[in-house]
Design a protein around this ligand. Sequence first.
Ligand SMILES: Nc1ncnc2c1ncn2[C@@H]1O[C@H](COP(=O)(O)OP(=O)(O)OP(=O)(O)O)[C@@H](O)[C@H]1O
Ligand SMILES: [Mg+2]
Length: 452
Amino acid sequence: MAIGKILVVDDDSNLLEVISMRLESAGYDVITALQEEDALDAVRTELFDVSVLDLQLSDMDGITLMERIHNINPHIPVIILTAFGSIESAVEAMQRGAYSYLTKPFDHRELLLQIRNAMESSRLALEIKRLQRLLEEKYDAGNIVAKSREMQLVLDLVTRIAGTDSTVFINGESGTGKELIAKAVHVGSGRKDKPFVAINCAAIPDALLESELFGYEKGAFTGAVQSSKGLFAQAGNGTIFLDEIGDMSLALQSKILRILQERQFYPLGGKQAVEVDVRVIVATNKDLQNEVKEGNFREDLYYRIHVIPVKLPPLRNRKEDIPALVDHFLEEFNQKMKIRVKGLTSQAMQKLMMHEWPGNVRELKNSIEYAMALTRKDVISEDLILQAAMQPSGILKSFKEAKSEFEKEYLLNLLKITHGNVSRASELAGKYRADFYQLLKKHNLKPDEYKK
Ligand SMILES: Nc1ncnc2c1ncn2[C@@H]1O[C@H](COP(=O)(O)OP(=O)(O)OP(=O)(O)O)[C@@H](O)[C@H]1O
Ligand SMILES: [Mg+2]
């Protein structure tokens, strides 16, 4: 039995024959068409898994044909073949719904790979529709764009693990969607009607974090005028999301480890153990294995939380997601800003496809927002998108990044002014010496280097 049925359309009969031979010997059932009408007839009468289309056909253009095919069967992934040097039209084809493109001349192994990916991703797409419906019922965490195979695999994993109670470990660069995925896991689980409690372990000072997580009894410390339920307790039978867990101090790491092992904890100043029944999801943008090696992260905790790893690929490795993300954000901001921007010029889209996206999806989202806020036309032009994407500083950074940079600059100036005198510097900053040392350590600053 054939492993899949492929429609190949090209007006070059030699090429058609070569491709069809290659695909058949790889085990596919292949139907070829030299002309538009033959192609459309085939789509009307048979079910194809994938279609491969030449973009420059003599009697019509490939994009129009693709759209006609999609009118008949919207689920066929289309792989576009394009001549070298016409990347712009390939990008346009992607915007209009092509799955991917190949530049001629191409290696047949590359074509086989893309066909396999396309088939896999349409299978996954169905699964994902199911998940998204589930998610949409709850709230708009269903708006996860996942066109690339990489992201579809992530969502596929999410659907399969959501229902279990295993700890999920989400890792990925800043802005790749870790929090979005954490919510998706919660919403896809049986705990979806229970609380989802998120805490950013990097944003809260150590001492506070402990009382935040575990709560305290009245009188546990000065200022504890009444008892408070910690986040673990607030999460009830729901999910707790420990974001940026790689930034947690070693002391707190041992406490978390104990909770995960014993499934109970004591609030500060409390004598009564509190049972926990929560799903734990953690996220970090650090390479935790490396942090373990460096002694910054407990190995035993690492193994305890590293149960189901979910790795979010950086945007630069899944550029097929860009057109769909752009559409998604256009719609979102059109609604929010009450405007009607239709889209991007194809040059602008091409710029986005070429950009490396160090800030990942968040950076793309910010760029679109920026361009939409500034555009005077209903189509965003290349120069505007560039302005946004190339913003050197400030607005396109995450708050955390911006804060950290400011902090370092500030400390540096203090050290310069005080010539590395930490007592003086901490006094000027209004910080305890110990805390100040911590800050210096965090930014890898050595006071000795600033001594006269
Ligand atoms: N696949 C996606 N589809 C739609 N929106 C996305 C997707 N991925 C990320 N986003 C959006 O991009 C922004 C950043 O995502 P998120 O906050 O989840 O990233 P993060 O990995 O937690 O970032 P950080 O490491 O900076 O905390 C959010 O506004 C999110 O909604
Ligand atoms: Mg985050």
